[in-house]
Design a protein around this ligand. Structure first.
Ligand code: CMP
Length: 481
């Protein structure tokens, strides 16, 4: 409970208590005068009806005081004592306590004020009372006992996601009271489901302690290989945020459909309450992975056939932009227009989603990358946590260290925003080195500088870095120059 709300409630309680005490004090002080007035109005002295009215008012006032007392007791016991022991008392238990304590106090006051009334006989013999109780409290008692069985059974707890009733209300459980289960839907609406209804309906419980799974569907063209699709999607999905790393996602063919091959990917979530966002992220990752791997979503083929330009034609189409990009990269400055064109011909475009990893530290590498659009960050792992050592913008390059030295990747490179990179492979680089050996020199200088940067950020366990001259001969050896 927030502080201002608590203070407001306390003030309200104290005002109500003061008003009840004042009313009791005044009524008791003027009891004799009120009784005389009543008897005078009724015309009989002494009048038994006047006495009954006085006692009924007294019972009402004592009832109000008893109610306030029980509320205070409830707060002290469940609100403070339970909290001190770090236990959250269920609302239903609190309500039962309030009802039982209030009933006991009320009955004590009743027997004290009306000693001549036999309560036992009133409850057991009054047929009217039974009918009223039976009819009026039918739903209330149904909810109450269903609530007790829910508390005893504990099929779900506050914080779990549940799907309940024929309307399939889905949301996070906020409270289980004596009357209803309160859930907050993913549209931030509150839905109250009467306990008796919930007890009749099947309830799907996605408990917080359980590793809950989701299914996301997609399809591909019949020409796309299932083995490749399954591998690409599995790798893309397992990396997504909130996808549990404890179980590897399962990708499988669901159907050979009219338009293409239908797949489903089953993945497990760390926090099930965020499944809408995670489903969306998984679909996004599948889209980007498809784009990079050259896979295609299926489209209705019955009525429409869209002829796509071939990949080569597409590349020729933006060849100019790639040549322009590569010639602006400083290490390629010594290359002639023809040599840059050769490199551009061999370059492969890839697009990455924000947050996706382009390169992972420790992986083997046989290509380097130029940032065509977007931005990436270079991260090293420090005490198990990633630390950014550089941000690279359009026209910058990375991945050259592993490509030229044959060592594993030295850092993670992660897309900051949607980023398109141009990948240049070992064979293309070798062709360029053969025609322009000067390039090896400027590259070895940059690699030595970056290594120095990494070594100065890392701990003492990092091996000694090679000098630019040592690197130069290592690269030449590696490329057979
Ligand atoms: P590589 O080791 O192949 O893969 C990770 C890449 O991150 C690495 O090549 C470099 O291109 C790049 N990198 C490492 N350290 C730095 C740095 N300090 N500044 C810029 N880029 C770096």
């Amino acid at each position: 409970m927030s502080r201002p709300r608590f203070t407001n409630k306390l003030i309200l309680f104290l005002v109500a208590l003061a008003a009840a005490l004042l009313a009791i004090y005044l009524f008791w002080s003027f009891e004799y005068s009120i009784k005389t007035l009543l008897e005078h109005r009724m015309g009989t002295t002494p009048s038994p009806s006047a006495g009954t009215i006085i006692n009924a008012v007294k019972l009402l006032l004592i009832g109000i005081l008893a109610y306030l007392f029980v509320r205070a007791l409830n707060f002290l016991f469940f609100g403070l004592a339970f909290r001190l022991k770090r236990i959250d008392a269920p609302t239903l238990i609190r309500n039962i306590f309030t009802i039982v304590a209030f009933t006991i106090l009320f009955l004590i006051a009743f027997t004290f004020l009306f000693p001549e009334v036999n309560l036992g006989a009133l409850f057991t013999t009054s047929a009217i009372f039974g009918v009223i109780l039976g009819l009026a409290l039918q739903d209330t008692l149904g909810n109450f006992f269903a609530g007790i069985s829910l508390q005893a059974d504990r099929p779900f707890q506050v914080g779990d996601v549940i799907v309940v009733s024929a309307e399939r209300h889905t949301g996070v459980v906020e409270e289980i009271s004596w009357r209803a289960i309160k859930i907050r839907t993913f549209s931030n609406h509150v839905v109250l489901i009467a306990n008796s209804n919930a007890a009749r309906e099947p309830i799907e419980v996605c408990s917080r302690d359980n590793l809950n799974a989701r299914l996301v569907f997609f399809n591909t063209l019949y020409t796309d290989s299932p083995a490749k699709t399954i591998h690409v999607v599995r790798e893309a999905v397992r990396e997504a945020e909130n996808v549990s790393s404890r179980v590897t996602p399962i990708v499988r063919i669901k159907n050979l459909g009219d338009n293409g091959v239908d797949y489903e990917v089953k993945y497990w979530l760390e926090d099930y309450a965020k499944y809408n966002d995670t489903d969306a992220l998984v679909r996004q990752r599948i889209w980007y992975a498809f784009r990079r791997a050259g896979l295609n979503f299926a489209f209705p083929t019955r009525t429409l056939y869209v002829e796509r330009p071939s990949r080569t034609a597409q590349r020729d189409g933006d060849g100019g932009a790639i040549v322009e990009r590569l010639s602006a990269v400083d290490i390629f400055a010594p290359l002639s227009v023809e040599e840059t064109g050769m490199l551009a011909q061999a370059a492969v475009r890839h697009v990455f989603a924000p947050g996706e990893m382009v390169i992972r530290a420790g992986d083997p590498g046989s290509s380097m990358f130029v940032v065509h659009n977007g931005r990436v960050r270079v991260q090293v792992n420090e005490n198990g946590r990633p630390r950014t050592v550089a941000t690279l913008n359009e026209g910058d390059f990375f991945g050259e260290m592993a490509l030229f030295t044959g060592e594993p990747r030295t850092a993670n490179v992660v897309a900051i925003e949607e980023t398109e990179v141009l990948e240049i492979g070992h064979a293309a680089m070798k062709r360029v080195f053969d025609t322009n050996p000067d390039l090896v020199e400027s590259l070895s200088f940059i690699i030595a500088e970056r290594r120095q940067g990494l070594a100065s950020q890392a701990d003492a366990s990092t091996p000694e870095t090679d000098s630019s001259a040592g690197l130069l001969s290592a690269i030449k050896r590696f490329f057979g120059i």
